[in-house]
Write a protein that binds this ligand. Structure first.
Ligand SMILES: O=P(O)(O)OC[C@H]1O[C@H](OP(=O)(O)OP(=O)(O)O)[C@H](O)[C@@H]1O
Ligand SMILES: O=c1cc[nH]c(=O)[nH]1
Ligand SMILES: [Mg+2]
Length: 209
């Protein structure tokens, strides 16, 4: 498995802003979308192109290239993953959206599923799973398991912040998956929150803190 921590200055600047304790819901939400978009740019750098001839401005043919048509489904993990969705679909407007609802039990830290709705032909699509936080990795692995059970072979992960524990958990279960993140943070605290982290990303995006 490959983990890509994106050090682009815009990513690092925006992630730094997100860590500020007093940041408004509006700003947190906007930044989550912006960082998601920048990470999507990185995560799609391996997409295949094909030659495509078009008619240019003066009627002469021009050799161009276009995406080879690998079908994509973006998979936000509810709730917090929704805060990244628009940033991703801005760059991949034809992507179908599959939705997985999971929350993490506060005591056991185990993921509790409550919703799933997948795109048609999911087995033919590359799935890009999005969630701001990869903490213990339980929610992410549960989502990847659901996709794999439905025949999805090609999966990538985009998270804003990852804990080493979560990366290892995903790596152990899915050795071939690529993870794109703005930061690999230090550790989990005694409640399973990422440190330094962002706090509760879902609450911040939805204004429920
Ligand atoms: O890696 P894990 O230990 O599983 O933790 C990460 C999960 O926890 C958060 O969701 P949460 O359960 O708070 O739900 P929410 O998005 O509805 O707030 C986060 O958005 C991830 O889905
Ligand atoms: O740090 C964390 C861990 C889980 N969920 C969050 O929203 N933040
Ligand atoms: Mg939450």
């Amino acid at each position: 498995m490959s983990v890509y921590a994106i050090n682009h200055p815009l990513v690092q600047h925006k992630l730094g802003l997100m860590r500020e304790v007093d940041l408004s819901t509006k700003s947190f939400r906007e930044l989550a979308g912006e960082v998601a978009k920048l990470l999507t740019y990185e995560a799609t750098k391996g997409l295949e192109l094909e030659d495509h001839e078009i008619q240019g401005w003066n009627g002469e043919p021009i050799a161009t290239r276009r995406l080879k048509g690998k079908k994509v489904t973006v998979v936000p993990i509810l709730r917090a993953g929704l805060g990244m969705l628009e940033g991703v679909t801005d760059l991949i407007p034809s992507a179908r959206v599959s939705v997985v609802g999971l929350y993490r039990d506060e005591e056991t830290l185990q993921p509790v599923p409550y919703f799933a709705k997948f795109a048609n032909d999911i087995e033919e699509r590359m799935a890009i799973v999005i969630d701001p936080m990869l903490a213990t990795g339980g929610s992410m692995v549960a989502t990847l398991d659901m996709l794999r059970e439905r025949g999805c072979e090609h999966m990538k992960v985009i998270v804003l912040v990852a804990a080493p524990e979560g990366i290892k958990r995903v790596q152990d279960a899915y050795p071939d998956i690529e993870i794109y993140t703005a930061s690999i943070d230090d550790r989990l605290d005694e409640n399973g929150y990422i440190v330094p982290g962002l706090g509760d990303a879902g609450d911040k995006i939805f204004g429920t803190r």
